[in-house]
Ligand binder design. Structure first.
Ligand SMILES: NC(=O)c1ccc[n+]([C@@H]2O[C@H](COP(=O)([O-])OP(=O)(O)OC[C@H]3O[C@@H](n4cnc5c(N)ncnc54)[C@H](O)[C@@H]3O)[C@@H](O)[C@H]2O)c1
Ligand SMILES: O=c1ccn([C@@H]2O[C@H](COP(=O)(O)OP(=O)(O)O[C@H]3O[C@H](CO)[C@@H](O)[C@H](O)[C@H]3O)[C@@H](O)[C@H]2O)c(=O)[nH]1
Length: 429
């Protein structure tokens, strides 16, 4: 069905995916962004984020005339029936979500919206935002609906078109049904709930995922002290159907554009209403500790001092499959090493064209990152790292030392090549 004209404001990971996928589902979509250069590139069919199938979907929508791009959101909304806000909600200084982009746009468009428009928050917004926006819009004839997005970077299109759930939160049943109807072609029944619960579902899910990962990384430390093997332990946990099998892999702490800011915002919300949330606070603190543990392993491998040492980094993005560097644990580890005087060379498949990221010299292949290095640190789980020519790497390094923060490599094979290996939650038997 065609629910009419849809306007999407914000053409980032969420907005562009939402716009292109809704066009694929048969809707008429106009996507807006204040970044004029981005809009010009999108009009030429150029998508500058690394997301499988997104470029093809954009091209398809543009060619079919069902997907348009403009910088002029004010003009676009005058013909809108549903407006999706897909704007950034970064972490503010006090940890709270910064709603300024959402609120600025709401004020800009409020007098231009046709009667009966539904404004949808797809951005991750804290409890009470639907109520705040309703007041800010000062339009009794405009409804606000919360429709949080759960896509993962690297799987954005797949997750949008095959969602585990579609959550729609609204005070007005009719507005909720209009938004739910947009997803009707998908094989997912929308859950219609109140807006406060809808806003909370999003934070609850990300807070839970972060807590699960900190738990696993804490267990890894315990394994290191006791001689256990975290990969064997988590494999045992996975077989219990009550423990969801994913999100059990160790790493250099969790990061990305969502988990860090959303856990901070959830803690802020809890604090603002006088609720103690010690479990989530501990998960956040544990994450900093796990990043520091990777640094310490590198320092130990370099004889207690990395000053002047050349260190190679494998992976810079916050996880494999994305080009996103926002809040990457790899960069957090790199910052500390660099602060202690290490000279860093980094290779990442998604950043191979760049000359530098922060104080890391980016190189075009992993062997250049290893060249002359006293230690190599595997920080991001790009599958191709398992396929590297490890004898060649051992040859070009100053000393064949590998800190594997993701347990991606086989320590026995590395030992055969003469590597000193430090994994996460495992010791070489
Ligand atoms: N990235 C994800 O995986 C993901 C998944 C689910 C939810 N979210 C949430 O969705 C929201 C957007 O995240 P994102 O990753 O897509 O952000 P992003 O930074 O990739 O994109 C935001 C876009 O909004 C544009 N923009 C900023 N201010 C604007 C304005 N006033 N008018 C028009 N355009 C404007 C920016 O130019 C940018 O293109 C956030 O609340 C985030 O927490 C993100
Ligand atoms: O077993 C695992 C799984 C993940 N991670 C790390 O956890 C972080 C987050 O990973 P992931 O959740 O895949 O990344 P995002 O794309 O940021 O997706 C999260 O954040 C989005 C924005 O809110 C939500 O929509 C998604 O549902 C939620 O998974 C990354 O640093 C990963 O390396 C691990 O260390 N081990």
């Amino acid at each position: 069905m065609d629910a009419g004209r849809i306007v999407v404001i914000g053409c980032g990971y969420v907005g562009l995916t939402t716009g292109a996928c809704l066009a694929r589902l048969g809707h008429d979509v106009t996507c807006c962004d204040l970044d004029g250069e981005k809009i010009a590139r999108l009009r030429r069919g150029h998508v500058d984020i690394r997301e499988p199938d997104l470029g093809e979907l954009v091209a398809e929508g543009v060619a079919a005339g069902s997907l348009r791009f403009t910088q002029d959101s004010a003009r676009a909304v005058t013909g809108a029936e549903v407006v999706f806000l897909c704007l950034p909600t970064p972490m503010g200084a006090d940890g709270a979500a910064d709603l300024s982009a959402v609120e600025t746009v709401a004020v800009e468009i409020r007098e231009l919206l046709p009667r009966g428009t539904v404004v949808v928050t797809k951005s991750t917004v804290p409890v009470g935002t639907a109520t705040r926006l309703t007041r800010l819009l000062v339009r009794e004839d405009v409804a606000v609906v919360s429709n949080p997005e759960f896509l993962r970077e690297g799987f954005a299109v797949q997750d949008f078109l095959h969602p585990a759930r579609v959550v729609v939160g609204a005070e007005q049943q009719q507005a909720a049904e209009r938004v739910a109807a947009l997803y009707a072609p998908l094989d997912a029944r929308a859950v219609l709930i109140d807006p406060v619960s809808a806003e909370l579902v999003k934070y609850a899910a990300n807070g839970f995922l972060a807590t699960k990962l900190s738990y696993v990384n804490d267990l890894a430390e315990l394994c290191e002290r006791t001689g256990g093997d975290i990969d064997v332990v988590t494999e045992g946990m996975r077989r219990d159907h009550r423990v969801a099998p994913s999100f059990l892999s160790v790493g250099p702490g969790w990061g990305g554009s969502c988990l860090p800011k959303d856990t901070a915002a959830l803690l802020h919300t809890a604090d603002s209403v006088g609720v103690d949330f010690p479990l989530l606070g501990a998960a956040v603190r544990a994450n900093a500790h796990h990043q520091a543990r990777v640094v310490q392993k590198v320092v130990d491998c370099c004889g207690g001092d990395v000053s002047g040492a050349r260190i190679g980094l494998l992976g810079l993005t916050f996880k494999a499959g994305t080009g996103d560097l926002r809040d990457s644990p790899a960069l957090a580890v790199a910052r500390v090493l660099s602060g202690r005087g290490a000279r860093l060379r980094g290779y990442d498949p998604a950043c191979a064209q760049r000359s530098a990221v922060q104080r890391i010299r980016c190189v075009a292949d992993p062997y250049l990152a290893a060249e002359g290095a006293e230690a190599l640190v595997l920080l991001t789980d790009w599958p191709e790292f398992a396929e590297l020519d490890w004898p060649k790497i051992a040859e070009v390094m100053r000393a064949p030392v590998l800190v594997d923060a993701r347990n991606q490599l086989d320590p026995r094979e590395l030992a055969l090549e003469g590597f000193t290996w430090r994994g996460t939650g495992r010791t070489l038997r």
